[in-house]
Ligand binder design. Structure first.
Ligand code: SF4
Length: 74
């Protein structure tokens, strides 16, 4: 079974270019301020979520293992 993934977005640096939303369409959504927010982390694979985080131009996304708290990205 896939491990539980948690994501967070630093709104102090997110520039709202929607790259993460395009890659991991379920795990992220844009809020009314056009900044990414975590949505359904179970909706996308861990690989897709990590790919989204890696492609954020301002490194706003942190990915952790929801069970152990281990930081997976960055
Ligand atoms: S890719 Fe990064 S900067 Fe772009 S919307 Fe997502 S979190 Fe914000």
């Amino acid at each position: 079974m896939a491990r539980k993934i948690q994501v967070s977005v630093d709104h102090d640096v997110c520039v709202g270019n929607a790259m993460c939303v395009t890659i991991a369409t379920k795990a992220f959504k844009l809020n009314a301020d056009r900044q990414a927010t975590p949505a359904d982390p179970d909706g996308d694979t861990e690989a897709l979520i990590l790919e989204a985080a890696e492609n954020c131009p301002v490194a706003a996304i942190t990915v952790t293992d929801g069970d152990t708290g281990e930081q997976l990205f960055p």
